[in-house]
Design a protein around this ligand. Structure first.
Ligand SMILES: C[S@@+](CC[C@H](N)C(=O)[O-])C[C@H]1O[C@@H](n2cnc3c(N)ncnc32)[C@H](O)[C@@H]1O
Length: 455
């Protein structure tokens, strides 16, 4: 036991008692949730999966635990907040400091993780006591969390994915873009943990068998493992790279082939660029982020692939015309919420307009960089029509020498549900759904293929 301060020590002062095991992970999870919701800071920033980028001095086990608590808390934030609000007679105390986030992190453990209730409650009460601002509410925290554990079944049964766990502005947008039923299916898909999808250099069926996964009709290999990626067979030998099955579709729409001159204008960290280089293209990979291009270089080194790498703002990049241009534009990323539930709470409605403006300028630049009869693929990992369907409608209106080259279902593994009536690619998180949610779904992606007229 730590000695009370203020007394006199006969001998050497005692070291303070170490914090109870697991407390640091809970405190880090609560902070990460708070910073995502109140400061738009991503979980990757706070709890990077890569230890070399991690902040906050947690060991690998605590960091992994903190990340899984924070991830599920953000995935189910609406359900958790509603359940807490109904059990706090006077509402969340205004001067409770980190109390709200400590309770959210504890509720995530009680409702959604395989952690004993008593451990979740006990550590939350200790975390509450450890902060002077929340300490007066320790008894309240204890009572509320016990009530939550007692009512778990009711809370889960009465929770609606679109109403409760989707920010209202996004729910409204998806209803008007896709209809009530598809919006509900998207929100339901966001509840499950995402798959680990691999783009393999060759032999998807063989790799699926070796890794205990599934060979998808699109050619990706799908796993539901939690094993560290670098420990899986084939990683060190550069036989595959991690990429959502939907993200693996746009690059192939350029029909890359040996010697074809292709520029990837927003290339880092390089999932799509790797596909183009593996097909033998003479590839130029442009990105304005030198940091992210370092990841591309490391991926290419592991995969033994080559490309010219250019750190530049694509809007200022110039070169002789290319046979094909890939533009995987910066976007709201609302198609990746299942993989990154923090995105739902980090993004704000006001974020869209500047992104749409940048995408418009980048599309015009992409068209300018393509040779006559050259192909351009524009894609975004967004569910928002302004960043996808509406962008293409506007491009076609303002560029009479550009046409859409419709995508056929056969080009994307026969996924007819993912081709729009206009011939664009539109994947939703609820697509490619099977009996097992852990092996189902796709990132929400949009891609359109354009061709430049000319001699
Ligand atoms: C969606 S990510 C690209 C993902 C990448 N294509 C892949 O498959 O791994 C968008 C990228 O655009 C880059 N970016 C944003 N604005 C840019 C600009 N004006 N010029 C060049 N790159 C830009 C970002 O740094 C980011 O790496």
């Amino acid at each position: 036991m730590a000695r009370q301060s203020g007394g006199f020590h006969a001998g050497r002062p005692e070291a303070p008692a170490p914090p109870p095991p697991g407390l640091a992970a809970r405190v880090a999870a609560a902070r990460a949730i708070a910073e995502a919701v109140t400061a738009s800071r991503s979980l990757d920033e706070r709890l990077a999966p890569d230890p070399s980028q991690a902040k906050g001095g947690l060991d690998a086990r605590d960091r992994a635990l903190a990340r899984s608590i924070a991830t599920v808390a953000l995935r189910r934030l609406g359900t958790i907040r509603k359940a807490l609000a109904r059990r706090l007679e006077k509402g969340m105390p205004k001067r409770g400091g980190p109390l709200e986030w400590t309770l959210v992190a504890a509720a995530a453990q009680i409702l959604f993780l395989d952690i004993p209730d008593h451990a979740a409650v006990d550590l939350a009460v200790k975390a509450t006591r450890a902060e002077p601002s929340s300490a007066p509410f320790a008894a309240l925290a204890n009572a509320v969390l016990r009530a939550l554990a007692r009512d778990r079944e009711d809370i889960l049964a009465s929770s609606d994915p679109l109403e409760d766990d989707t920010p209202a502005w996004l729910a409204q947008r998806w209803r008007s873009a896709y209809g009530e039923s598809a919006a509900g299916a998207i929100a339901l898909a966001h509840r499950s943990e995402p798959t680990l999808d691999l783009s393999v250099k060759s032999d998807p069926a063989g790799w699926a068998e070796k890794l205990g996964g599934l060979a998808l009709p699109t050619g990706s290999v799908r796993l539901d493992t939690h094993a560290p990626v670098a420990e899986l067979e084939g990683y060190g030998d550069g036989e595959w790279w991690v990429q959502d099955a939907a993200a693996a579709l746009p690059a192939r729409l350029l029909r890359p082939a040996s010697g074809m001159r292709i520029v990837d204008l927003c290339a880092a960290p390089g999932g799509k660029a790797a596909e183009l280089a593996w097909a033998g293209a003479d590839l130029t990979a442009v990105d304005r982020s030198a940091e992210r291009l370092k990841l591309l270089a490391a991926n290419f080194a592991r995969l033994s692939l080559r490309s010219q790498v250019v750190v530049a703002d694509a809007l200022a990049f110039d070169a002789p015309p290319f046979d094909a241009v890939l533009l995987d534009a910066p976007c709201s990323a609302t198609g990746t919420i299942r993989r990154h539930p923090d995105v739902a709470w980090i993004k704000r409605p006001g974020d869209l307009a500047p992104l749409v403006k940048l995408q418009t300028a980048l599309i015009d630049k992409a068209i300018a960089l393509a040779r006559p009869k050259g192909l351009i693929v524009y894609c975004v990992c967004s569910l928002e029509p302004e960043e996808s369907e509406a962008q293409i409608a506007a491009v076609l209106r303002r560029n009479p020498d550009v046409r859409r080259l419709a995508i056929a279902a056969e080009e994307i593994g026969g996924l007819a549900e993912c081709v729009t009536p206009s011939g664009d690619l539109r994947t939703l998180p609820c697509h490619l759904w099977g009996d097992n949610p852990r092996r189902s779904g796709l990132d929400g992606f949009f891609a359109a293929r354009l061709v430049k007229d000319g001699a």
